[in-house]
Design a protein around this ligand. Structure first.
Ligand code: SF4
Length: 273
């Protein structure tokens, strides 16, 4: 399957480049039921079967009252795939939805994060995988630059505050046209979240902007992702990185080290095309 090859190559690039998965890891996939988290789960199951390191995969879903259909079909699908799955109804989130129906993403994410760590602990996981895609990274980058006055997107790898979980985003180089096509090809149940229908949001505006620009520049997201990995700090305005003194040393950039690099999964050079 050509699509599967492309997908595994891109996810493999990310996993390798950012040392996302290590020997003995137990990876819990944040499975929201949409096309992206479904793709992420399938990618990790396939990588698990062919990667040179041994790791296990489980999944969880946090019910925050936003699914547009019953999630029951997930149970059957995940049990057929042999995935240990936890379905958690988050009562504080349901109360929040009742009391403040128009609450923003910040509050919603905070509630979810708290639940996520508890569930991952219960599953015995030390790694939590999120389904953010190349589209999310690009939108986040533009949102920060245009609306919050800072340069930054999402970390491909980071740690929880207590350092008890490694948080990874293996789909950083995978665009949503790929996750949509792959999810459709698997025939697995996809259950959208109510928020996906929201209009008039910054996210929607940025999505429309990308769609318009991509009519003439189809590799725009790939270029933007490359830019995020190729920062010319001395050509920005952040004093922490500027040499105002001729005798000051250049800021040193450390090389990326990789723990495992399966040839079949691609090279260290990232690409989103
Ligand atoms: S888009 Fe919806 S589900 Fe996602 S963080 Fe925002 S409010 Fe929560």
């Amino acid at each position: 399957m050509e699509l599967e090859k492309v997908l595994l190559r891109k996810a493999g690039e990310a996993v390798t480049r950012f040392q996302m998965i290590r020997d003995g890891d137990r990876v819990a996939v944040a499975f929201s039921g949409g096309k992206d988290s479904l793709t992420l789960l399938e990618v990790l199951l396939r990588l698990r079967d062919r990667a040179p390191v041994r790791f296990s995969v489980c999944a969880f879903t946090v019910e925050q009252g936003k699914f547009l259909r019953p999630v029951e079909p997930f149970r059957e699908y995940l049990s057929k795939r042999g995935v240990d799955w936890t379905y958690h109804t988050d009562n504080p989130s349901l109360r929040l939805l009742e009391e403040q129906p128009d609450h923003g993403c910040d509050l919603c994410s905070r509630f979810r994060r708290r639940a996520v760590y508890q569930i991952a602990k219960g599953l015995g996981a030390n790694v939590i995988a999120f389904g953010h895609t190349a589209d999310d990274f690009c939108e986040s980058f533009l949102r920060n630059a245009l609306f919050t006055g800072r340069i930054g997107a999402l970390p491909p790898v980071t740690y929880s505050r207590e350092k008890d979980f490694r948080l990874i985003r293996p789909l950083v180089y995978v665009t949503e046209d790929i996750t949509a096509a792959f999810a459709a090809e698997t025939g697995a149940p996809v259950i959208p979240c109510g928020c996906s229908l929201k209009t008039g949001t910054v996210r929607r505006t940025l999505r429309d902007l990308f769609a318009e620009l991509e009519k003439e520049h189809p590799h725009l997201k790939s270029t933007l992702l490359s830019a995020m990995g190729n920062i010319e700090v001395s050509r920005l305005l952040d004093l922490r990185y500027l040499n105002l003194d001729a005798n000051q040393e250049e800021p040193a950039l450390l090389p990326v080290l990789t723990e495992w690099e399966p040839e079949s999964l691609g090279s260290r050079t990232p690409s989103a095309t």
